[in-house]
Design a protein around this ligand. Sequence first.
Ligand code: NAD
Length: 344
Amino acid sequence: MNRFIYTALPTRVVFDVEHLSVVQDEANRLGMKAPMVVTGQQQSSLGLTINSKLGACHWDGARMHTPVVETERALEFFHERKADGIISLGGGSAIGLGKALALRTDCPQICIPTSFAGSEMTNILGETTASGKTTKRDPHIQPETVIYDPALLQSLPISFAATSGMNAVAHAVEGLYAVDGNPIISLMAEEGIAALAEALPKGPSAYPQALYGSWLCGTVLGSVSMALHHKLCHVLGGMFNLPHAETHTVILPHATAYNAPAAPKAMQRIANALNATSAAAGLYDLAKALGAPLSLKQLGMPEASLDKAVDIALSNPYPNPRGLERGPIRQLLDDAYHGRRPQH
Ligand code: NAD
């Protein structure tokens, strides 16, 4: 055993409920008298339903990457309505706006995720301004309560369920070789990958199991440091406005192949969870079986910008199992651009 530190995150989790019947009880538990329901446009009608039950107010302006200008408008509305809590419902974008408001108001937060992104289990907030995307961790960002209701995921387009699920798997993969990893988080990571790998190919009937997996993977993301894979996705998403879940899906097998020689125990656990002989190839095969995009080319990334992406990825050093080597990282991005299956 190596020395480790394990800090449990304080979020209360309520799983598999009778279609949102517990929201009122959970809001009461946190002392919310006038919560603000936060959604994006697509989940607006569901947000209205919750709003009508709680007699709260509703904001449906959540957008991808949490633009600060939008947060400021929502914050004004929050104060106008004298709201005293946040109930965010949606994918990572709606939850991101809820977190941005909770950080600015110090009020309690309930998250009801409708995708597998995992943001609800973290104290991390990414926000964008004209000068780019920045990420911060703060205890005020961590939601007090998360309600997982698998029925809400039945409306997910199959293609987004696949990439969103792979986004969750990516948190667990990096958790297994995190510089600050620990045995409890590794258990969660392995179980999370296994649950998602088994459930996603079965489609909507297995979304409850996939949601259980995404909860575990989100907990991993919130608990330990991510490495090269998340860095590359952050850089590519920010530079080329590539879609979040799809970018994670394409990069994951290649970032895993890059790290494989430096993290053999983690690779063995990932392969076991996937029921595959190789971690990197197993991840590629899972994405392929789900019909997910496999190349950056498919996502519209310009090939001529790969060198610039490497420069940015290397500009700030960060912990990674294998040292950051320019040539092999350029090769990693070339493989991802063309969607080649990793050899090992
Ligand atoms: P998203 O929230 O932007 O959703 C993508 C699309 O899917 C939207 O149009 C949304 O309305 C739709 N959608 C979501 N759930 C649906 C459902 N059940 N049925 C039908 N349509 C549905 O995408 P995402 O991938 O969930 O989240 C991405 C964002 O979350 C990014 O901004 C990313 O940076 C952030 N994120 C943050 C963290 C964190 O810990 N801070 C973790 C993961 C992701």
